[in-house]
Design a protein around this ligand. Structure first.
Ligand code: GUN
Ligand code: FE
Length: 461
C-alpha cells in the first residue's frame, strides 16, 4: 500500500544539536509517496495549498494539526526485549542474575509456542507505536519461527525494527532454554537472517541484528563465530555490557584471559561501529576509551538500571568522550514501553549522579529528547534517515496534541493534559511540560516512512 503524497501543516519541533531544539511555530512539511521529506516550509502563515503551489504539487493530502501541539520525530528505542513484554512491572526486589533465572528465562522459553508469541508480539508492537516509537532494536528469543514472526508483525504493523534472534549456548542458562551448541546457535541465526532477507530484501523496514545475549551466556567459541558472521554479513550487532557488578565478576571468571568486559567482545571482532551495547553502567575508563576508539554505540536504559538496582550510568562522561548514546526501555528490566518516560528517567538518574559528582552531570530536557531521536538514530546506524526533520529524511513522526483526548462521556476540560492553560508559556515550557507530564494520550498519530501506523481513537488528524 503506497501512501499518497501528504503535507503536514502546523508547528514542528526537532533537535538541531545535542543542546538545542529547532522549534518552528508554524510550517508545512511535504512528504512524497516514498515516505521521504520532499520540502520544508517555515512560517505561521504557510498553508498546505500555498506550500503545494510553490513546489508544483497537484494531488496530495493535507494533515493539519488542530489545537495546541506539534509534530515531533518518532522515538527510537535502542534496546527492548519484545519477548519480555508480559513481565513489564514484574521484578520484585531481584537483581540481574536472579531476575534472569526467576522471571525472564521461563517467560522467553514459553514463546516457543507460536500462538503465544503472536499474542505477545502483536501487543508489544501496538503499544510501542502508541507511545511514538517508530524504530525499535528488538531482542526476541532463541526460537527461529517466533523471531521471524516478530519481523512479520513489524512489517504488517509498519514499525521499523531490528530483529535479533537471541544466541545463548553456555550452561549459565537452563538446559530447557539455551542453544545446544555453537553450530546450532550459528545456523539458527543464519536461518533467521535469511528469512528476514526474504521478506524485506532491501531492509526498508526490518533488518536482522546479530544478538549474543551477553558474554556469560555464550561460549568463547560461539562469540568468535558470531564475530565472524558479523564480518561476513555486515549486519549490526547488539548485546549487554557492564550492567551489574556480579555480572562483571562472572565475566572475569569465565573469560580470564580478557583484559576487561569490553575486551571480550573486542577480541572476537564484535566491538565495531555497528555494535549496540546496552547499559554500560560500570565501564572502566579504559573500557570507555576502547568503546570510543571502536565507535561502538551505547543504549542507556535508566528505567531498567534503577528497577534492577544495577546502578547509575554516567551518561555525561560517555557523551563528553564522544560516544554515541541512545535510549532503551529495556522492557522488562524496564517496566515502561515509553521512550518519553525513559527520557524523563534519564534526566532523573543524571540528577542522582549530579548529587555526588556535581552539576555538570545533569542532562537537560533538550539533551534527553536528542538521545531519544537523533542519538538513537546514530546508535542504530541511520543518522541521515531518521531522528529529525530534514529534506531527504524519512517521515517517521508523531503528532503531539497537548490537549489530551477525553474519554467517552468526559468533558474536554476535565482532561486537559499538559496544555498551556493561560496562554503564557514559552515553547521551551511546552516542551518541558510534555517531557515531564505527557504520556501516550498526547501521541495522537504516528507515521513511519509516511505511513500512518497509529492513531488515537477519537482524534482524527
Ligand atoms: N543481560 C542478559 N540478558 C538480559 C536481559 O534480558 N535483560 C537485561 N536487562 N540484561 C540482560
Ligand atoms: Fe536488556
Amino acid at each position: 500500500m503506497v501512501p499518497p503524497k501528504a503535507i503536514y501543516v502546523g508547528p514542528f519541533v526537532h533537535c538541531k544539536t545535542q543542546l538545542e531544539l529547532d522549534i518552528c511555530e508554524g510550517g508545512a512539511i511535504g512528504v512524497d509517496e516514498t515516505g521521504k521529506i520532499s520540502f520544508i516550509e517555515r512560517g505561521t502563515r504557510v498553508t498546505g495549498e500555498s506550500a503545494a503551489k510553490k513546489h508544483g504539487w497537484e494531488s496530495f493530502e493535507v494533515v493539519c494539526l488542530r489545537d495546541q501541539g506539534f509534530f515531533f520525530p518518532g522515538f527510537i528505542d535502542t534496546h527492548i526485549h519484545a519477548s519480555q513484554y508480559p513481565n513489564a512491572g514484574i521484578f520484585g526486589k531481584s537483581t540481574l542474575l536472579d531476575w534472569l533465572n526467576t522471571y525472564t528465562f521461563p517467560l522467553e522459553s514459553s514463546l516457543s509456542d507460536l500462538a503465544r508469541a503472536r499474542y505477545v508480539y502483536n501487543r508489544v508492537i501496538s503499544r510501542t507505536l502508541s507511545h511514538g516509537t517508530t524504530t525499535a532494536a528488538y531482542y526476541a528469543t532463541i526460537h527461529v519461527p517466533s523471531t521471524n514472526l516478530l519481523a512479520d508483525i513489524c512489517q504488517t504493523k509498519g514499525q521499523r525494527a531490528f530483529i535479533g534472534r537471541v544466541c545463548m549456548n553456555s550452561t549459565m542458562s537452563p538446559e530447557s532454554y539455551r542453544d545446544e551448541s555453537t553450530e546450532q546457535a550459528i545456523s539458527a541465526t543464519r536461518e533467521s537472517i535469511a528469512y528476514i532477507q526474504s521478506i524485506d530484501p532491501k531492509h526498508e523496514l526490518v533488518t536482522p541484528i546479530i544478538t549474543p545475549r551477553f558474554a556469560p551466556s555464550c561460549t568463547a567459541d560461539c562469540l568468535e563465530q558470531l564475530g565472524a558472521l558479523h564480518k561476513e554479513t555486515g549486519y549490526p550487532c547488539q548485546t549487554h555490557i557492564a550492567e551489574n557488578k556480579n555480572e562483571i565478576k562472572l565475566v572475569e571468571k569465565l573469560f580470564p584471559e580478557a583484559k576487561n568486559y569490553a575486551d571480550v567482545y573486542d577480541n572476537v571482532g564484535l566491538l565495531t561501529e555497528k555494535m549496540i551495547l546496552a547499559h554500560a553502567v560500570h565501564l572502566t575508563e579504559e573500557e570507555v576509551a576502547l568503546v570510543k576508539e571502536r565507535k561502538a554505540k551505547i543504549s542507556h536504559c535508566p528505567t531498567s538500571n534503577t528497577a534492577l538496582t544495577s546502578g547509575c550510568a554516567k551518561v555525561r562522561n560517555l557523551l563528553a568522550t564522544g560516544i554515541d548514546v541512545g535510549l532503551g526501555t529495556d522492557v522488562s528490566g524496564g517496566f515502561s514501553p515509553s521512550i518519553l518516560e525513559v527520557a524523563r528517567h534519564a534526566v532523573w538518574v543524571s540528577r542522582y549522579v549530579a548529587m555526588i559528582d556535581g552539576d555538570d552531570a545533569k542532562l537537560s530536557p533538550e539533551e534527553v529528547l536528542y538521545l531519544a531521536t537523533r542519538g538513537g538514530a546514530k546508535v542504530v546506524g541511520l543518522p541521515d534517515q531518521i531522528g529529525g526533520f530534514e529534506v531527504g529524511m524519512d517521515w517517521d513522526a508523531q503528532m503531539i496534541s497537548l490537549r489530551t483526548v477525553p474519554e467517552d462521556g468526559e468533558a474536554q476540560d476535565e482532561h486537559e493534559g499538559p496544555i498551556d492553560v493561560f496562554g503564557w508559556e514559552s515553547w521551551e515550557d511546552k516542551l518541558h511540560k510534555w517531557l515531564y507530564s505527557g504520556d501516550d494520550r498526547n501521541t495522537v498519530a504516528v507515521w513511519v516512512k509516511g505511513r500512518l501506523v497509529h492513531q488515537t481513537s477519537g482524534y482524527r488528524p
